[in-house]
Design a protein around this ligand. Structure first.
Ligand SMILES: Cc1ncc(COP(=O)(O)O)c(C=O)c1O
Ligand SMILES: N[C@@H](CCCC[NH3+])C(=O)O
Length: 469
């Protein structure tokens, strides 16, 4: 995808036209539907979600704030549940997890995938059935594994030989473990390098080609107190092209069949991971859950037939595709600055009251986002804007390129869609920023599900001034 700094931007009249994919200025008085959550509308320029006007939400809860459309979250969870009716659907909590979300996931009939002791704690404290929790992680400690097994976690996804040894020790101590083996299928998924996970040269899983996966299976199969459920493959995140899933499924099922042949064991389950992409800009065209289900089931059934093995119980782990589109971040504009670029073109820098501390994805993955004016309409001619934060970092960019009304000014509210996944969950206190709240909206009511951090929260970990005397 071409990026902002690429050639072909500046036009003879000095106006910026944007990267080639951002051809037409978006209408500031309307929404590009597929980028926004289910209940989002614009009336007289005011963005309303879940029946709550963003002007009211900003007044009552302040900015920046993540605004979570509960109906949208639930409908996406339900869509996966229904489309993948014969599968177990694990919501990947790393995308975003809080107690309310745990409750919604339970009510919509999904299971949960956690990848840390912290996520496990949130799920358990919110009363989630431990038998429906899958526990991931490439470096789970003995203590963490013990806690998970004692809690009755339904499955542990084993990631290393060290972890097998820890589980054997725990089994010898009388605990039982139901496990899956995370394998690397050797697939180069078409996504950012940092979020691809099935190529060989990275930290997750056991290599199929190198023989490590088979070795792990043998050892776990032989261990008393450990029940091996099956293989697990996750090829990466924000993936649109199902060919990566297809290649991975073929390789993982070949191993599954080999296990059946060589060890005489028909593993009952198979997890195909998550990673389904969502729309961040008008350029993204994600598949619906029903289409994904049809394609993935076809691939698996075809391979199983060819390998002459029974189709195992399948599971998937979508995170982003459920929570990502449900949320937008609401900011207030603080300063607006027009900058002259080489060639006479100009770019409008719109500084908002958040930034890389509430959305690191742009800086980390070169991610693209879009935005809209949320507090009023405007007929001013659009200018090409760049939405930046207030951190002490030139790379503190939230939206690299988007058209904004030429009269955008301090005090305006700006909303960035698609920030439900990996934004609050990856938020930081850089520059001692206070992490924003998550405000759930539904049926005209806004309620805090994660409160805004306070200065006291920040200071609570600082031991204070030490006395030199
Ligand atoms: C093992 C595993 N499962 C599921 C997910 C969820 O991925 P996504 O949010 O892209 O669906 C991830 C994250 O990439 C993961 O590492
Ligand atoms: N955090 C990443 C995805 C990695 C998911 C976890 N394996 C993102 O924002 O896209």
């Amino acid at each position: 995808m071409p990026h902002a700094h690429e050639a072909g931007w500046a036009h003879a009249d000095g106006a910026l036209r944007g990267p080639s994919w951002l051809r037409e200025p978006v209408d500031p008085n309307a929404l590009v539907d597929h980028l926004w959550s289910l209940t989002a509308t614009k009336e007289d320029g005011v963005l309303t979600i879940g029946g709550v006007a963003m002007t009211d939400l900003a007044r009552d809860h302040g900015t920046p704030a993540y605004v979570l459309d509960e109906a949208d979250f639930r409908s996406r969870a339900r869509a996966f549940r229904e489309a993948f009716a014969d599968y177990d659907v694990y919501y990947a909590g790393k995308a975003f997890l809080c107690s309310s979300v745990v409750g919604w996931v339970a009510e919509e009939g999904l299971s949960i995938d956690v990848c840390s002791d912290g996520e496990l704690t949130v799920a358990l404290r919110a009363g989630f059935d431990p038998a429906r929790i899958g526990y991931h992680g490439n470096n789970k400690t003995y203590a963490e594994l013990r806690r998970a097994l004692e809690a009755g976690v339904g499955r542990v996804i084993v990631d290393s030989v060290d972890e097998i040894a820890r589980l054997e020790r725990l089994a010898a101590e009388g605990l039982t473990a139901r496990v899956m083996v995370r394998v690397t299928a050797g697939v180069e998924a078409h996504t950012h390098e940092y979020i691809a996970t099935a190529h060989e040269d990275q930290k997750f899983g056991f290599s199929i080609t190198g023989g490590d996966a088979m070795e792990a299976v043998r050892r776990l199969q032989a261990a008393a107190g450990i029940e091996l459920l099956g293989l697990h493959s996750h090829i990466g995140s924000q993936i649109f092209d199902t060919s990566g899933f297809e290649v991975a499924a073929r390789r993982v099922l070949a191993l599954h069949a080999r296990i059946s042949e060589e060890l005489g064991v028909d593993l009952p389950e198979l997890d195909l991971g998550g990673g389904f992409g969502i729309a961040y800009t008008t350029q993204d065209d994600p598949s619906e859950p029903a289409q994904l289900a049809t394609e993935m089931t076809k691939i698996v059934e075809h391979e199983c037939r060819a390998l002459d093995v029974a189709v195992p119980r399948l599971s998937i782990e979508p995170g982003r595709a459920i929570v990502g589109p449900s949320t937008c971040t609401l900011y207030e504009v603080g300063t607006v600055k027009e900058v002259a670029l080489d060639g006479g073109a100009r770019r409008t820098y719109v500084s908002v009251d958040g930034g890389m501390s509430d959305n690191i994805r742009t800086a980390l993955y070169d991610a693209d986002y879009s935005c809209t004016l949320a507090s009023r309409g405007s007929d001013a001619p659009p200018v090409l804007g760049r939405v930046v934060g207030k951190h002490c970092e030139a790379g503190d960019i939230v939206v690299k390129d988007e058209f904004v009304p030429g009269d955008i000014a301090a005090g305006d509210l700006l909303a960035v869609p698609g920030t439900g996944a990996y934004c609050r969950s990856m938020a930081s206190n850089y520059n001692h920023a206070l992490r924003p709240p998550v405000i759930a909206v539904r049926d005209g009511v806004a309620r805090t599900v994660v409160r805004r951090e306070t200065v006291e929260d920040l200071l609570s970990t600082d031991v204070g001034v030490e006395s030199n005397s």
